[in-house]
Design a protein around this ligand. Structure first.
Ligand SMILES: [Zn+2]
Ligand SMILES: [Zn+2]
Ligand SMILES: [Zn+2]
Ligand SMILES: [Zn+2]
Ligand SMILES: [Zn+2]
Ligand SMILES: [Zn+2]
Ligand SMILES: [Zn+2]
Length: 291
């Protein structure tokens, strides 16, 4: 499953953001961050080039040229001409040598493609699709922001080179901004971590070193304190996750505060008679002596 399938709803629902590795990759590298974190744009030179032209921008930028529309001039291993497009991975499909495995058109009730149809080998799944169908599918507007899927098997088309502009644009304009909101900027996360460590230290100092609270509460304070301490040097903890722990921290503070007030209010009573009645506790011994 792609990290971007329904990313909008996931970004809203998933808390903390998805911890799986990101599936976005290019000819140079795999993203390598967590699914919920914004992708780091590739800075290597674009590899879109063929005998007709080449792109000189960086990999993650919008390509300076459209994918080539000329037929591929290479030959297949069987000796028949390639059915793909110039500069793209050659689809292994020969209608003459292997008609049984020749791809069929999903829009034409499974008819095989015509001899002049150009085919694209998808790089996200094993399917081979007609370029006109696929181009119009990739460019079609949909209500929900999401990565387009293979017409045959519904695998998200993220790494098929012909459509890198479509995917890069979606990442840049729609998906990364959502991820950034959940994940926060480095500055936002750093600030939050420092604030939380201060609160956690205060919590431990106020309620634990004075010995005024009970064991379960102490343990809860120590656990949250250690978690926050471990976050200080760790990247990859989202802002949303930090905020959730912050809520927990504040809840502990409120509980600690109430508990201390309760103890202080209870204190004078405990010192008196076991019945808890101050009048009776104070009077009884005096009464005995006078008898
Ligand atoms: Zn790249
Ligand atoms: Zn990524
Ligand atoms: Zn390019
Ligand atoms: Zn070309
Ligand atoms: Zn080819
Ligand atoms: Zn052949
Ligand atoms: Zn497919």
């Amino acid at each position: 499953m792609s990290p971007f399938a329904g990313v909008r709803s996931r970004a809203a629902k998933c808390a903390p953001p998805c911890p799986k590795p990101c599936e976005v990759k290019c000819q140079h590298s795999q993203c390598g961050r967590l699914c919920g974190a914004p992708c780091v744009p590739c800075k290597e030179p674009c590899v879109r080039r063929c005998r007709h032209s080449c792109c000189r921008r960086i990999c993650s930028a919008e390509c300076a040229r459209a994918p080539c529309e000329q037929p591929c001039r290479k030959l297949q291993p069987c000796g028949h001409p390639c059915r793909g497009l110039c500069g793209e991975p050659c689809p292994r499909a020969c209608r003459i040598c292997d008609p049984e495995h020749f791809p069929t058109n999903p829009f034409m009730l499974g008819d095989p493609y015509d001899d002049d149809d150009r085919l694209v080998q998808l790089q996200d799944c094993p399917h081979i699709v007609d370029v006109r169908n696929l181009d119009s599918h990739m460019k079609s507007e949909e209500e929900e922001v999401q990565i387009k899927k293979c017409l045959v098997c519904r695998t998200p088309i993220i790494n098929t080179y012909r459509y890198k502009n479509v995917v890069n644009k979606l990442l840049k304009n729609d998906i990364n901004p959502i991820k950034e909101k959940v994940y926060g900027t480095i500055k936002q996360r750093r600030k939050k971590k420092v604030e939380m460590l201060e609160t956690a230290k205060k919590l431990v100092a106020t309620y634990i070193t004075t010995g005024k609270s009970n064991n379960e509460f102490n343990n809860a304070c120590f656990i949250i304190f250690n978690i926050i301490k471990s976050y200080q040097k760790k990247d990859g903890v989202s802002l949303l996750q930090l905020e959730m722990h912050d809520v927990y921290l504040n809840t502990l503070d409120i509980i600690g505060n109430y508990y201390m007030k309760y103890k202080m209010a209870k204190g004078p009573f405990e010192a008196l008679d076991w019945t808890g009645d101050p009048a009776r506790g104070a009077r009884a011994p005096r009464h005995q002596k006078t008898v």
